[in-house]
Design a protein around this ligand. Structure first.
Ligand SMILES: *Cc1c(COP(=O)(O)O)cnc(C)c1O
Length: 459
């Protein structure tokens, strides 16, 4: 028999109770939070889908690795285990541990960035963009056209537009492009994967122009699993082999271990160029720590090494990708508009189509986020004009390109019945969408306002 039911590929040894609240309690809690779920206490949330970053459940082997961690300042055995695991995956010679992804970015772009430099990517993640722009350089998104249409289905909506890359290099000059990046999967573009053939073509163009290719590899395992499922020629390869092939086209990689290394903190920078690696290590010593721990405890390195082995297991990835897909498909069946097809780590509700009568300056995404919390204790995040909106000279809102609500699924944390509950709540909110009239902002900080803004409901 070939079973149809995909089960969670783990047993649960330790549980963390969740606290139930009533709608009346949540109404008070949300008022106190200024209608901004970032300001809620996590304890008042039933199902927390704010992010998949650092929220993974670790395995019993990772926890025993934590106990086994070697806390020596220099030459820790946990570092050598970590180095071996990252080297086995990426094939890269120089492995530099950092405390998160953005620390790897900061070191890399501090060295290769600066005014007059350009960095193309499929879509830069916000910390990557910030670290590039902080040096005075420009961060440029060259996403394939279909990736910009939430309602259109395609297998690899995270691909880079190779023709645009060629034109971009001609226009800016190869000598002004210290490196080209590909973000796998494309987090800011809905968690959509990049195909192996796209990685290969981008590499070819880079090679002809002497530009190194870097992977922003936070979700490399989810990307590799999509390649196995969707790209001809990869069905019979293991996910590890596919991931190794992806990295074989790259000259370097940045990684947030808080995603596909299944840990709560950590990251790394992997490089092939010796001279660049020396410069990065020197910088690491100033900002993070000695090269064999780089801002992490020995036990964290141990947990990352173990996590990198577990994340490429196919039963894990099947459960992971299928449960996100199941959630997405059930919402589509009920008419709820989302970015299609479902991505690897999250479902993105398209708030513009969900609430067509609420214009961007009344923040349709924020309305849905608040209602999901009130209705079912679910915490999600607005990715739209609250997060990316700007003002023109007359303080009129310049809206974001899309109005989205992201439901990011933590790894190995929730089970099928949590997902079924979630579907029920979202569909209920969708049926009552006529009652949602939008929000206005009553307080905002000058930068990154979404974290601390306060709101009031309209109408
Ligand atoms: C999370 C993330 C980062 C930054 O990593 P942190 O560990 O949060 O600093 C960079 N790129 C992508 C694609 C990410 O998802």
């Amino acid at each position: 028999m070939k079973p149809k039911t995909i089960i969670e590929p783990f047993k649960i040894k330790s549980v963390e109770p969740i606290r139930f609240t009533t709608r009346e309690e949540r109404e008070k809690l949300l008022i106190n939070a200024g209608y901004n779920p970032f300001m809620l206490h996590a304890d008042d949330v039933l199902i927390d889908l704010l992010t998949d970053s650092g929220t993974s459940a670790m395995s019993s082997k990772q926890w025993s690795g934590i106990m086994d961690g070697d806390e020596s300042y220099a030459g820790s055995k946990s570092f050598y285990r970590f180095e071996k695991a990252v080297n086995n995956l990426t094939g890269m010679k120089y492995i530099i541990p950092t405390h998160q992804g953005r620390a790897a970015e900061k070191i890399l772009f501090f060295i290769v960035g600066g005014a007059g430099k350009y960095f193309p990517n499929n879509t830069h993640f916000d910390t990557t963009r910030a670290n590039i722009e902080f040096t005075g350089a420009e961060a440029n998104d060259l996403l394939t056209e279909i990736g910009k249409h939430p309602e259109k289905r395609a297998n690899f909506k995270g691909n880079m537009d190779v023709e645009k890359l060629k034109d971009f290099i001609k226009e800016k000059g190869a000598e002004n492009i210290p490196l080209c990046m590909l973000t796998i999967t494309n987090n800011s573009g809905g968690g959509q994967p990049v195909s192996m053939s796209n990685i290969e073509e981008v590499k070819e163009v880079c090679k002809q122009n002497n530009i190194p290719l870097f992977l922003d590899s936070c979700r490399f395992a989810e990307n590799a699993y999509f390649i196995k499922m969707r790209e001809p020629g990869y069905q019979d390869k293991s996910v590890l082999e596919i991931a190794q092939e992806m990295f074989s086209y790259a000259d370097g990689a940045t990684m947030s271990a808080k995603k596909d290394a299944l840990v709560n903190i950590g990251g790394f920078l992997a490089l092939n160029d010796e001279e660049l690696a020396m410069k990065c290590r020197n910088m690491l010593i100033v900002t993070e720590g000695f090269p064999t721990y780089g801002g992490l405890a020995g036990r964290d390195l141990e947990a990352v090494a173990q996590g990198l082995e577990e994340v490429v297991e196919e039963h894990y990835l099947q459960y992971r990708i299928k449960s996100v897909e199941y959630l997405g498909n059930r919402l589509v069946d009920a008419g709820v508009p989302i970015i299609e097809p479902p991505g690897g780590h999250a479902i993105y509700i398209d708030a513009k189509r969900f609430l067509p009568d609420v214009p961007p300056d009344k923040y349709p995404g924020q309305s849905i986020v608040c209602e999901l919390y009130l209705e079912g204790g679910i915490r999600s995040v607005e990715i739209g004009s609250v997060m990316f909106g700007k003002y023109d000279k007359n303080r009129k809102l310049i809206p974001a390109m899309m109005e989205l609500v992201r439901l990011a699924i933590p790894r190995r944390v929730y089970t099928q019945s949590h997902i079924d509950y979630l579907i029920e709540v979202i569909i209920e909110v969708f049926h009552n969408r006529k009652n949602l009239k939008g929000y206005k902002i009553t307080y905002e900080a000058p930068i990154l306002r979404h974290f601390t803004a306060r709101f009031e409901p309209l109408g």
